[in-house]
Write a protein that binds this ligand. Sequence first.
Ligand SMILES: NC(=O)c1ccc[n+]([C@@H]2O[C@H](COP(=O)([O-])OP(=O)(O)OC[C@H]3O[C@@H](n4cnc5c(N)ncnc54)[C@H](OP(=O)(O)O)[C@@H]3O)[C@@H](O)[C@H]2O)c1
Length: 267
Amino acid sequence: MSIQKVAIITGGSSGIGKSLVLKYANEGYAVVFTGRNENRMAQVVSELGERPHLSLELNAGDKDDNKKMVDETIKKFGRIDVLVCNAGISMRALFEEVELDVFKQLMDINFYGAIYATKFALPHLLESKGTIIAISSINGWRSTPARTAYSSSKFAMQGFFEALRTEVMTRDVNVLVVCPGFTSSNIRNAALNADGQAQGESPRDEKKMMTPDEVAQRTYTAAKKKKRDLILTFEGKMAVMLNKIIPSRLDKMIYKMMKKEPDNPLK
Ligand SMILES: NC(=O)c1ccc[n+]([C@@H]2O[C@H](COP(=O)([O-])OP(=O)(O)OC[C@H]3O[C@@H](n4cnc5c(N)ncnc54)[C@H](OP(=O)(O)O)[C@@H]3O)[C@@H](O)[C@H]2O)c1
């Protein structure tokens, strides 16, 4: 009898996380996912149907909630093979105007959330010789204006996972860092403004972006091949490359691009 493998996906109620939940379930994994929005979580549960799953309404930025996520997974399924640190929020505001609490929320959810989840899941991943997948961003390689907190959280994430990768590489745990480019999802609607309010609408054309299903498919394949990095979209790959060779030229190009967004706060 083959072993039932288990994948945890944080922030599985929407966007890339939801696509990853469905992808791993389709590949025969038992899936555990977290989120905060009851209706969206119920929708994912209904799409999973009879496939083995556990849906947990928990805050990704809370240490005890992350411990609970791992404890409940072990109680129900007995093992962890894949941990995807995906839960995240964004922001759009100038640093000079943003409430410091917005900065803290971004770091708590995007950065500390990944640290807590990894800390509690790691003993089980070492046992299963499993995989850790960090959903970072092109902003983890190259920052953009009016996204200081978001970019900081993703740079911090990548620093952490790069160090962790080399700590566990001799013990057969693979760490994959995925950097999506613009992907159609709820992230820009939920992004916080300077006062910490969700901006409520996307300033970009979501229809022109990569789909979350494509991100999930390519993440799954990269993880199977034990890749260390996955950088997505042509624009994203260009940004990473140009930042290495002509960073100050790229400063101007990025400013111009972000200045085109409706209601952008740039001066
Ligand atoms: N979309 C893009 O263009 C893009 C580009 C690069 C990187 N990314 C990264 O991809 C990841 C997924 O984002 P997405 O684009 O799929 O956005 P999304 O549609 O807004 O999904 C974000 C997910 O994270 C969950 N989440 C947020 N805060 C949480 C919290 N405190 N506790 C528990 N769950 C929480 C949300 O759940 P609830 O709504 O239920 O709270 C939702 O399931 C993020 O890490 C993001 O930074 C996205």
